[in-house]
Ligand binder design. Structure first.
Ligand code: ADA
Length: 664
């Protein structure tokens, strides 16, 4: 029965011809700590994380050991195959044991890794898998700190890969062993290069072959090449004529590629992937260009966690985040501050978001402590994490930028030389993309990556929101030959905190009224929109996220700079301001200030957001006239409420209507 179940699972998760990929998310036992009492455990299903305490805002949440164990029956019939465990994300350090023997250690919580368990398993028997996970802070694993929770656990999927002896390598820093490069891309042609790494003995003549199909399934290119036993890497190139380009949100066209190893006429392994042809550049005066056309990047940053489940996300959660971002009209996303689930990069390919992907090289920002320690073990770990990020995500057309650091300082251990090393490494591994960084400093540190961006908080940690424009002009003048962007800008808001007047929020305080965040973004967007030299700008943050050390806003342990709440249930007013400016496709109308249901005066200002040219407002059934908007914003001053409950309706021709009740 068990074998039948395994077989069934294998069929369901089958991604290659001969390779079987079996989900191992079920039937784990979890025990926290060490020297735990025998027989005391929780039965859990992956993805899993153990830090509910962090979600509850406990600043010194548990950072230590957690143990995951499960049995694994390996059928006798698998003798002669190669068996791997593939972990997609374990935070932070994972040690894998099979039948009590140490197999592998992996250091870094955001990237995948594979372990060859073939020599450790007993065929035809039950085997015991034990993963010892440690999320304690350590000085030689990135990140050393950050304004986000480092939830411990096996929080992404685990798979068993059952491969034929001749198979694509899983050992190149957790990649799938297939790298698809594109060069000289234009509307006329593209050079496609497929590099494959393989493992195993060649007992008979073998070939590598690939086939590229368009979205309708028509083969448009293909090639094969003989394998030679002395080399475990092989490359094939073809020219694709008149490629249908991957063109961001407007046309995220994807081809399909399948790469196979064939020996004695039999396919022994196959990897499927998608290819999107595109070219891009960044100009210091004119910003970002995709396929030769100017594309202002309207970006947001996304942390991966959410209320109640932390980082232990299911596919439906990733998809929901994408849908929310798409609804707002986002066309670029900074997946901060670490590599995110591969599914996110897949979805970005599909939705057509331009991606900034990054390693967790996070500096102290406004806090004390260090993001960089000048010791070899830290530096090696950071380079490995960069290799993993790039090699695991090499084929995604959506990724245009590799982010190398966030808010590092030069005081103390100076990271400049090391960042230069990372920059060289990124280019060595991938000559087709640009490097970037998120700075909050002046000085040499801003001259190291291909393009640079700053985390700016005018009107939150200091200054006024309108200050952002002057700042951008100043930096553009100071670095005329550098492409500059804004990697973060944002202000906190609680949907429970409402005020009638616009009073500036004190960042670290309890009171985080929503209307200050809205105003902050209105001012920022106007300044950004009139400065096309900014190559990309990214709201901090799309969603509220867990930051256990924070004691501010409506509850401890949360950074509430999201445009959407931590549970994804409420879209704040600022969300609709952006939707009105960024989403040209779905007509809508939205009345702002709707959560401030009780007003203290009869005369009120009513603000409406819409992407339609004209909005009509009515009060208790009486029209107050139609208005044209500016920046998607329509304002009626001096609206006189009756005593009691008032009905306010905003109507548009194509975008329907919105209705709220206000009490005076
Ligand atoms: C920094 C940092 C972020 C973030 C932000 C904030 O800029 O890069 O991680 O949390 O501060 O909200 O203060």
């Amino acid at each position: 029965m068990k074998y039948f179940f395994l077989f069934l699972l294998g069929c369901l998760t089958f991604t290659g011809w001969c390779r079987e990929v079996i989900s191992l998310n079920h039937s784990w036992r979890f025990t926290p700590g060490y020297e735990t009492a025998k027989g005391v455990y929780a039965e859990i299903t992956l993805p899993h994380m153990w830090n509910q305490d962090a979600l509850a805002g406990k600043a010194d949440y548990y950072r230590g050991l957690g143990n995951y164990e499960r049995e694994l029956v390996i059928p006798e019939a698998w003798k002669g195959k190669k068996l791997y465990l593939y972990f997609k994300g374990v935070n932070t350090v994972a040690n894998l044991f099979v039948n009590g023997k140490h197999v592998k250690e992996h250091r870094g919580g955001y990237t995948a890794f594979a372990a060859d368990i073939t020599p450790y398993v007993k065929f035809g028997e039950k085997n015991v898998i034990w993963v010892r996970v440690n999320n304690a802070p350590q000085l030689d694993v990135m990140p050393l700190l950050g304004d986000f929770n480092m939830y411990g656990g096996i929080y992404r999927d685990v798979e068993l890969v059952v491969a034929e002896p001749l198979h694509f390598s899983l050992f190149d820093f957790g990649s799938r062993g297939i790298y698809v490069s594109q060069e000289n891309v234009s509307r006329e042609k593209a050079d496609l290069r497929v590099k494959a790494l393989w493992e195993g003995e060649l007992n008979a003549p073998a070939v590598l072959r690939f086939s590229l199909k368009d979205a309708e399934g028509k083969e448009i290119a293909g090639k094969e090449q003989t394998l030679f036993s002395e080399r475990h890497s092989v490359e094939l190139s073809v020219e694709v004529e008149k490629p249908h380009l991957w063109n961001g949100r407007s046309d995220p066209y994807l081809y399909h590629i399948s790469v196979e190893l064939v020996t004695g006429g039999e396919v022994t392994d196959r990897i499927e992937d998608r290819v999107g042809f595109r070219y891009f550049r960044v100009d210091p005066d004119k910003g970002f260009f995709l396929n030769g056309e100017h594309l202002p990047l309207k970006g947001v940053c996304r942390h991966q966690d959410r209320a109640e489940i932390g980082n232990a996300l299911l596919p439906l959660h990733h998809r929901e985040d994408m849908e929310i971002m798409a609804e707002m009209g986002v066309n670029a996303v900074r997946l901060a501050h670490y590599p995110q689930d591969k599914m996110m990069y897949d979805l970005c390919d599909e939705y057509g978001f331009v991606v900034w992907a990054e390693i967790p090289f996070v500096g102290p920002g406004g806090y004390r402590d260090k993001g960089f320690v000048d010791q070899p073990s830290f530096k090696e770990n950071g380079k490995d994490q960069l290799r993993e990020l790039i090699l695991q995500n090499y084929n995604h057309p959506s990724i245009c930028f590799w982010g190398l650091f966030n808010e590092l300082k030069q005081a103390g251990d100076d990271p400049v030389d090391y960042i230069m090393e990372l920059n060289r490494l990124a280019h060595q591994l991938d000559s087709g993309r640009l490097t970037t960084s998120a700075s909050n400093q002046g000085g040499r540190i801003n001259e190291l990556t291909d393009v640079v961006a700053w985390n700016m908080y005018y009107g939150w940690y200091g200054g006024e929101p309108s200050g952002i424009g002057g700042w951008a002009d100043e930096v553009h003048k100071r670095y005329p030959r550098r492409a500059i962007g804004i990697s973060e800008y944002g202000a906190g808001a609680s949907v429970l905190h409402q005020q009638e007047d616009l009073v500036k929020t004190v960042a670290g305080s309890y009171w985080h009224p929503e209307n200050w965040q809205t105003y902050f973004h209105e001012e920022h967007w106007k300044a950004i929109d009139s400065r096309p030299f900014l190559w990309g700008t990214f709201v901090w943050n799309m969603f509220d996220f867990g930051a256990a050390h924070r004691k501010e806003g409506e509850m401890n342990g949360k950074n509430d700079k999201g445009l959407v709440t931590f549970d994804r249930k409420v879209k704040k007013d600022a969300f609709y301001f952006y939707k009105a400016n960024w989403n040209r496709d779905d007509p809508f109308v939205y009345i702002a200030g709707r959560r401030l249901t009780k007003r203290s005066e009869a005369l009120q200002t009513i603000k409406v957001y819409s992407n339609q040219p004209l909005v009509e407002l009515s009060l208790n059934g009486r029209s107050l006239g139609k208005k044209k908007g500016e920046y998607g914003t329509f304002v009626w001053n001096g609206v006189e409420l009756h005593k009691g409950v008032n009905e306010i309706v905003a109507r548009t021709k194509a975008g329907g209507e919105d209705k709220i009740l206000l009490e005076w």
